[in-house]
Write a protein that binds this ligand. Structure first.
Ligand code: FE
Ligand code: FE
Ligand code: ZN
Ligand code: FE
Length: 192
């Protein structure tokens, strides 16, 4: 479809988002299954329900436009999900896998936040007040999901993941191996 107006771009971006949400809908159950921490599992399972509602909102936006939501594939979401898939195939300690899953999920949320921010602003400019409100609701949900993931990482999962590394170092020491340099304690590692 030629993009000769902001309206055309608005429709195109909405189709991209519909495809993105649809792909995520299929990926979230796998992510929940790969997670070990019950709070992270719950976060993924709840975001699955939230995502269904977001797709319904997009369908309403398309109804108002008298357009169909189909016809585009979001290759960015495909790539983000593919990266996550490859990560899930790694042989990782459970807490390290949880940290990796949060990382993958936050990349997805940031992509969605950028995309919904754009279409929300386009809706405002084009005078689609109802759509603007629906898209803002979704944008707020994506921001909440991102925040929840940060909190989970910072209060529990990153710390557990780091401790798993330290347990292994201690085991190595017991086996009489040379002490590994403790990067994180020197502040050169992952700590902010
Ligand atoms: Fe979403
Ligand atoms: Fe996209
Ligand atoms: Zn990002
Ligand atoms: Fe999301």
């Amino acid at each position: 479809m030629p993009l000769s107006s902001l309206h055309d771009l608005y429709v195109d971006e909405l189709k991209d988002l519909y495809s993105a949400e649809n792909q995520l809908l299929k990926a979230l159950p796998r992510m929940a299954k790969a997670a070990s921490h019950p709070d992270l599992q719950a976060a993924f399972e709840e975001h699955l329900e939230v995502t269904r509602g977001q797709m319904e909102r997009l369908e309403k936006v398309f109804e108002e436009l008298e357009e169909k939501p189909k016809g585009k594939k979001c290759v960015a979401m495909e790539g983000l999900i593919q990266e996550g898939k490859e990560m899930m195939e790694e042989d990782a300690e459970p807490a390290v896998m949880d940290a990796a899953l949060i990382c993958a999920a936050q990349k997805v949320e940031h992509y969605e936040i950028a995309s919904y921010g754009c279409v929300r602003t386009f809706a405002r400019l084009l005078g689609y007040t109802n759509a603007e409100q629906l898209l803002q609701e979704t944008l707020d949900e994506e921001a909440d999901a991102d925040k929840r993931l940060s909190e989970l990482a910072e209060t529990a999962i990153n710390i557990e993941a780091e401790n798993e590394g330290e347990e292994e170092e201690e085991e190595d020491e017991e086996e009489g191996e040379e002490e590994a340099p403790s990067r994180s304690r020197n502040g050169v590692g992952s700590r902010r």
